[in-house]
Design a protein around this ligand. Structure first.
Ligand SMILES: C[S@@+](CC[C@H](N)C(=O)[O-])C[C@H]1O[C@@H](n2cnc3c(N)ncnc32)[C@H](O)[C@@H]1O
Length: 290
């Protein structure tokens, strides 16, 4: 596929088939939430069935996992060395057996750089088979550059976000399973900082990742099977200014008064117990840093 056919476009079709048409190493990073294979006939009290307009979300689990591995390996191929991908998924149970995203992530070519908990604080399913599951997971996947498996450090203003991301589920968006704009804004701003590049969402739905990329000044590529969702994503992209305030609210959180280096040079809190000020709780000490 030529650059003019994919850059700043949403391509309609099946994700694996479309990704196969894209050239090697064009992407800087990506963010997505794929269909979760939740089975559309399953619901509990208060649980809204997730039904997509262009496809079903119901495959035998082994086929589903193999398809996700194929998608992730294609994403790896089209991502530049040193690039990242943020993959949102969750723990699921089928007749008592747990399926964990690690079951298939470890079979892909990506290095798993971090597992982030997305604390949604609320969820529709309140049945008592297990404790109330209000969290999802976000995997930071990394394509090493040369032989370096560690990669670059995040800027302190980004890495001071903890590995628990607390955002309420999106409520204003009519798409059946959107994530909030703050989620891709946090991922893209943290990784790209001031650099500009190309961001992909291979299951872009209502276009949340693409709007975040546009607001942050990046080029983007979206892939989506449903014509209806593509229309709503295109309309959001045209009116992206209406969502600037939500992106700005997230970006305003990426501030530190002192970098790690400055704190270390001044002998301030570095995570080691000093014995001084031991009447203060660790939490108080951390809060004083900001
Ligand atoms: C969890 S939703 C993504 C929502 C998106 N993050 C947002 O904020 O709107 C998953 C999307 O994948 C799309 N989808 C499902 N199967 C697909 C396939 N095989 N190829 C392309 N898109 C697909 C669905 O139509 C749905 O919009």
């Amino acid at each position: 596929m030529k650059k003019t056919e994919y850059l700043n476009k949403i391509i309609q079709g099946d994700t694996v088939a479309i990704l196969k048409t894209l050239p090697d190493e064009i992407m800087d990073m990506g963010v997505t939430s794929p269909p979760y294979n939740k089975g559309e006939d399953k619901k509990g009290w208060l649980v809204k069935n997730v039904k997509y307009s262009g496809t079903t979300d119901k495959l035998p689990e082994d086929l589903y996992q193999n398809n996700q591995i194929a998608v992730l390996d294609e994403l790896f191929r089209i991502t530049k060395e040193g690039g990242s991908f943020f993959y949102n998924h969750k723990l699921r149970w089928e007749r008592g057996e747990m399926f964990h995203p690690m079951d298939w992530l470890r079979k892909t070519k990506w290095l798993i750089r971090q597992e982030i908990i997305w604390d949604r604080m609320i969820a529709a399913n309140i049945r008592g088979w297990r404790f109330w599951q209000v969290e999802e997971r976000i995997y930071w996947l990394y394509k090493p550059k040369g032989g370096n498996l560690i990669g670059e450090e995040l800027k302190p203003r980004h890495s001071l976000s903890t590995s628990i991301w607390r955002f309420q589920p999106e409520q204003k968006n009519p798409h059946p399973a959107p994530f909030p704009l703050a989620l891709p804004v946090r991922a893209i701003f943290s990784i790209m900082d001031e650099k500009k590049g190309i961001i992909i969402d291979p299951y872009c739905g209502s276009g949340t990742t693409l709007v975040a990329a546009k607001i942050l000044g990046h080029d983007f590529i979206g892939v989506e099977i449903s014509e209806d969702y593509i229309k709503s994503a295109e309309s959001r992209l045209q009116n992206y200014r209406a969502e600037l305030k939500y992106a700005n609210e997230e970006m305003a959180k990426h501030i530190v008064m002192k970098t790690f280096k400055e704190r270390k040079e001044r002998g301030e809190f570095t995570g080691k117990y000093s014995g001084k000020n031991n009447k203060k709780s660790d939490e108080q000490k951390i809060l004083e840093l900001f």
